[in-house]
Design a protein around this ligand. Structure first.
Ligand SMILES: [Zn+2]
Length: 150
């Protein structure tokens, strides 16, 4: 693939901005189309590509496309777990005030686990760095306030 990327149809140069459409083959960018040359179908494809493909430049200045994979997926899960854990800690904290019974972090983990759907994408048995451990760390950080520091 050439260093300077040009539109496959009108040979306009791609300058790294705009709704250009990457032509993907086997997950690799093999060409680009400028917005003016895209058919409406290709144009909506460009939007999809932006949402699901991460573009990077290699040392030779080539644009590489790869699907948003594990890390993006994992971050979304972590954000979801954090939100659920915050809610559990808040509920347990107010329960502790009402009943005088001190909450434990295990209770928070259990409450989050109980609220997760059976088909949650991060399975319960995903090892020592898995779901329960992660919820435990989040609960501890939220409880101590660490989760809200920069
Ligand atoms: Zn063009």
């Amino acid at each position: 693939m050439a260093k300077v990327q040009k539109c496959e149809r009108c040979t306009k140069r791609y300058r790294g901005a705009g709704d250009w459409n990457a032509i993907l083959r086997d997950g690799e960018v093999v060409g680009v189309l400028c917005p003016a040359c895209q058919t409406p179908e290709e144009n909506s494809e460009a939007v999809v590509n932006q949402a699901t493909v991460v573009y990077t430049r290699d040392a030779k200045g080539r644009t590489l496309g790869r699907a948003k994979g594990e890390s993006g997926h994992f971050e979304a899960l972590a954000a979801d777990l954090l939100r659920r854990t915050e809610e559990a800690v808040r509920r347990l904290a107010s329960l502790a005030v009402e009943t005088g019974i001190t909450m434990s972090l295990d209770d928070a983990v259990q409450m989050v686990e109980d609220g997760l759907p059976a088909d949650y994408p991060m399975p319960a048995d995903s090892g020592i760095a898995g779901r329960g451990a992660m919820i435990g760390r989040m609960a501890r950080d939220i409880w101590s306030g660490d989760a809200y520091e920069d």
